[in-house]
Design a protein around this ligand. Sequence first.
Ligand code: GDG
Length: 466
Amino acid sequence: MILLSNREPYSHEKTAQGIICKKAVGGVVSALDPLMQQHGGTWIAWGSGSADFTVCNSEKKVLVPEEDPKYFLKRVHLSKEDVENYYRGFSNRVLWPLFHLFVDKMYLKEEYWDSYYKVNKRFAQAAIDEIDKNHRIWIHDYHLSLVPRFIREARPNAKIAFFWHIPWPPWEVFDSLPQRDELLEGMLKSDLIGFHTRSYVKNFMECASKKRNTKVNINNGIVTNLDNKTKIMHFPLGICYNDFAHSEHAQYASKKARRLKIIYKAKHLILGIDRLDYTKGILSRLKAFELFLEQCTEFRENVVLTQVVTPSRSRIKEYGNMKREIDETIGQINGRFGTEEWTPIKYFYRKIPQKLLISYYKTADIGLLTPLRDGMNLVAKEYIATNRKNGVLILSEFAGASEELTEAIIVNPYDIQETADAIKKAIIMPIKERRQRFKAMKKKVKQHDSEWWINNFLEEWEKTYA
Ligand code: GDG
């Protein structure tokens, strides 16, 4: 297997104690690292750690995991300009907003596209240098949409698949991208393209149908672009269920969870965990919580919202502004409703350790995850896998996960009143109903875990060559 993604699964960092190897956290690495460890091969990614190239050999490769090496991590070097233009620019200021339907946040600049094109070529070359006829090449996410094309040009018979982790928008939105043709052309050199949900598949097919020299067959999910046939399917990404339900931190987490409940003096603990991003709907959620406190006076002093915001992309201006707005809104709400004994919102702006994350998942009575748009939202699945209290999930209808987790209380996150009502509904929900909904969701999260996702994807990929 040759796997390509922008972010690397392990980074090497210079510290006062010497060079240390850090594993990246997050759903994608948790799903794909075991696959690579099992099959071996090469994972190609941006070498972003401060000591990444110090530990690599002359081919920019290092064996990972450090303690029990199983596969090669091959690093692609990005200059400061590449990071600014390919990563922060085209990937995160053009594709990210547009594909999450925030068209007016899209910021176009010529250097962005030039750099995206060049860096995609560099990633492709790093793969081309490795390929032999038995290899499978699996490319991940919106940073690398042109890579299939560059690889196909050099290796016409290569076996190439792509997985797109963010939403795919309807044609009327995709249409606004000046490089829409290049993007489709790049991706359609894959044999298989996967998305999280049926609706993203439908949108993609519609966009492909507008392209010249392209035929779309809705019935069998095949798009034919010139000589190339690509199968388009949905594969909802699952989590590594056991890492959450039977976590190695279980003992610590149970103890901590009990303490959290006492420290917070909360009869009802609500949890929100998000990367700092306008797509995650943090501000609308805070406004909904404020409205709930305003209208449902009987629950004041009994409810605490714990909101963890993980720093992300802080060097992009909008993100810095949004952080300030979140800080201010939380200050206002706590100032308005808080008492000597009770703070309505406990707010953490940092990445919390995994064992604390598990403690919160375990003990929260309500998971409040209301992104304005989200490819999947793995936090929702992690909460259900870990929770021990028949927790109620309030989930945005615009998160990919809502296609599967239909027993959640599904809300339109733009509708502040509906979200406030959902908080009340979750608090007063009879235990029997909580149990039923929770059990049904847990079953799905357990069955459709990351291993199921990978096997399903690999099987369908194999079928494309039958
Ligand atoms: C993209 C798409 C799609 C978060 N804060 C902490 C922490 N996390 C971990 C969670 C979870 C992951 O990060 C976040 O995953 P999400 O899926 O919720 O969101 P994105 O990062 O935006 O991911 C998304 C995903 O790709 C996969 O395809 O679902 O739609 O946007 O695993 O646990 N982990 C720790 N501390 C934190 O503070 N330890």
